[in-house]
Design a protein around this ligand. Structure first.
Ligand code: ADP
Ligand code: MG
Length: 262
């Protein structure tokens, strides 16, 4: 581990001393997402925007669901609420058996919730520029207490599965946009979080690679009983979902998907 990485690890460790254990508790590992009557209003008064009016959604452990809707319909807002990045205005959110929000946060440490229980794949990759590709992916497992060699081996296995193993020792700036995106997907999977939230993960990828990403997400869901929400309007991957939530004007509508096998 480089000196820089060690410093970074210490920083995170002081912020969150509970990170010492590599084995998450049973409760934390129990997957599944339930969202009930969720509302989010940005701002107040005349300029208030009701981004989520009434969102109801469930994702079982081992399931990958699509969240599909036009621009401005509330997709990113929903993922940010669920990921504890912003605070909802009202409603209820449950992860596994634990109610994390019920007209207010019920979870006292949102940093730990975000770090240990939720994997994010954003539109922009947000890789750490001074760490090589492997360390970008290995960082979270290291911070969670996995020995460095094991964390790096896990990172390399994920990078290889995502077809970027040959870039393992490159710096993020040396990668193409599509390669960076695949590294950020590997990073989201590295800690085996019980919940993965992906915002347009396949947008920069060609058809074959987009389907490869969906294959990996589906394998991950099945093997680790992860609950995965994929925000998308990528026509290449929409047929792969068994279940889809359409979102319009801050309201969700459930429908069956084609569930094409990958
Ligand atoms: N920080 C914010 N402040 C005020 N309004 C916002 C903010 N973020 C998003 N919105 C508004 O909330 C609505 C939903 O936005 P968003 O969740 O980003 O939609 P999507 O991801 O589906 O494009 C839009 O009307 C958007 O303009
Ligand atoms: Mg968005």
């Amino acid at each position: 581990m480089s000196a820089m990485l060690k410093r970074l690890a210490r920083l995170f460790a002081t912020a969150a001393p509970a990170a010492a254990s590599a084995a998450p508790t049973v409760a934390a590992r129990t997957g599944g997402i339930l969202i009930e009557n969720l509302r989010k209003v940005y701002g107040r008064g005349d300029t208030a925007v009701e981004a989520l009016k009434n969102v109801n959604l469930r994702v079982g452990p081992g399931e990958v669901v699509g969240l599909v809707g036009p621009s401005g319909s509330g997709k990113s807002t929903l993922l940010k609420c669920l990921g504890a990045i912003i605070e909802p205005t009202a409603g209820r959110m449950t992860l596994g058996r634990e109610v994390i929000y019920d007209d207010g946060w019920k979870e006292k440490d949102l940093t730990v919730l975000r770090r240990d229980r939720i994997g994010f794949v954003f539109q922009a990759p947000y890789l750490i520029p001074f760490l090589d590709v492997t360390d970008n992916v290995a960082l979270l497992p290291m911070l969670a207490g996995l020995p460095n060699a094991q964390a790096r081996a896990r990172a390399l296995a994920l990078l290889t599965a995502l077809d970027v193993g040959h870039r393992a020792s490159a710096q993020p700036s040396q990668l193409s946009g599509g390669e960076q995106q695949r590294v950020s997907i590997a990073r989201a999977l590295a800690n085996h979080p019980p919940v993965i939230l992906a915002d347009e993960p396949t947008a920069p990828l060609d058809s074959e690679r987009a389907l490869a990403v969906m294959r990996i997400l589906n394998q991950m869901a099945a093997q680790a009983q992860t609950a995965i929400i994929v925000v998308t309007h990528d026509e290449k991957i929409i047929p792969t979902f068994k279940r889809i939530y359409r979102i319009r004007d801050g309201q969700t509508f459930e429908e069956a998907g084609q569930g094409l096998s990958l």
